[in-house]
Design a protein around this ligand. Structure first.
Ligand code: FAD
Length: 260
């Protein structure tokens, strides 16, 4: 079984800076980490490998530092990874990112199963799994709370108001949630493998893509503005000696604020 896991490096802080000119996240210099739910995607892939054999290859599109996120995956037990990194990809929206990642999976070749996280903590669109599946012509199963592979069939269970059980023939793309499993801890051997891991780095030419197909030129969307959410005043708790006193106090406050 040839398994690929798409993993993304995301900022590890909530107070990320935005470039006022481009409206993009300032990623250079920002502390970062492996997108948390991607650890569940790696675990799902390793569980399939444990049961059916094969290889688990991580693929990440991002800056050179994305290799650090891939090292976390190798420490868990992934066999290796490919970093897709090219300054001409900067500014790619989900359409362009999906195109790039699909080309990388295509170049790896004969991939049976692609696991992803359900959503990233920064972009947060959940559009990459369908974008990649559509480009590769693979079946798509999303938001899996449970995953199992039986022969050439991948089965998932997801909770979507009710309980859905879905299955698809391989090759397929499957996005998983945090409920899908408990990611295994890194072993000492895994950590040593991660430390010395060397990842191939693919640029546009390696994927046979033109510069016009990626980055801003290859994107269908543009961020027209960004703003911080409006801060609301903190509420006031009215506590009286008893309910009646509290109601009187509340009425007094509402009268004072000219609400009544
Ligand atoms: C106009 C515009 C400009 C942008 N410019 C930039 C930019 O310059 N640099 C930049 O980094 N982002 C940029 N982005 C954000 C970028 O498009 C998204 O982060 C990216 O397309 C992934 O979407 P998402 O984060 O919503 O992923 P989701 O669809 O929410 O992620 C789901 C899963 O897909 C996989 N995945 C997602 N992204 C990657 C990835 N890069 N590599 C491997 N696996 C992945 C992971 O498994 C993840 O859990 C831009 C977005 C827009 C709209």
């Amino acid at each position: 079984m040839k398994i690929v896991v798409l993993v993304k490096q995301v900022p590890s802080v909530s107070d990320i800076e935005l470039d006022p000119k481009t409206n993009n996240l300032v990623r250079i210099g920002a502390p970062s980490m492996l997108n948390p739910v991607d650890m569940h995607a790696i675990e799902a892939a390793l569980a399939v490998k444990d049961a059916a054999g094969g290889t688990v290859t991580l693929v990440s599109m991002g800056m050179a530092t994305a290799a650090d996120a891939m090292r976390d995956g190798v420490a868990m037990g992934a066999d290796g990874g490919v970093l897709v990194s090219d300054e001409r990809m900067a500014g790619s929206d989900t359409l362009a990112t999906g195109k790039i990642l699909a080309e990388a999976v295509e170049k790896i070749g004969d991939v049976d199963l692609v696991f992803t996280g359900r959503q990233s903590t920064d972009g947060d669109t959940g559009q990459i799994p369908p974008a990649v599946a559509q480009r590769l012509g693979m079946s798509l199963l999303t938001y899996a709370d449970q995953v199992s592979v039986d022969g050439d069939t991948v089965k998932i269970v997801r909770h979507n108001g009710g309980v859905e059980t879905l299955e698809a023939k391989l090759p397929a793309v499957c996005s998983v949630t945090e409920k899908a499993n408990a990611p295994r801890s890194a072993t000492i051997r895994g950590k040593m493998n991660a430390k010395k891991a060397v990842f191939d780095t693919w640029r546009l030419e390696d994927l046979g893509l033109e510069a016009s197909a990626v980055g801003k030129a290859g994107s269908a969307t543009a961020v027209s503005g960004v703003f911080a959410p409006e801060k609301h005043a903190v509420g006031v708790m009215v506590e009286g000696a008893d309910e009646e006193a509290a109601v009187h106090e509340l009425i007094g406050k509402l009268v004072a604020d000219k609400v009544l």
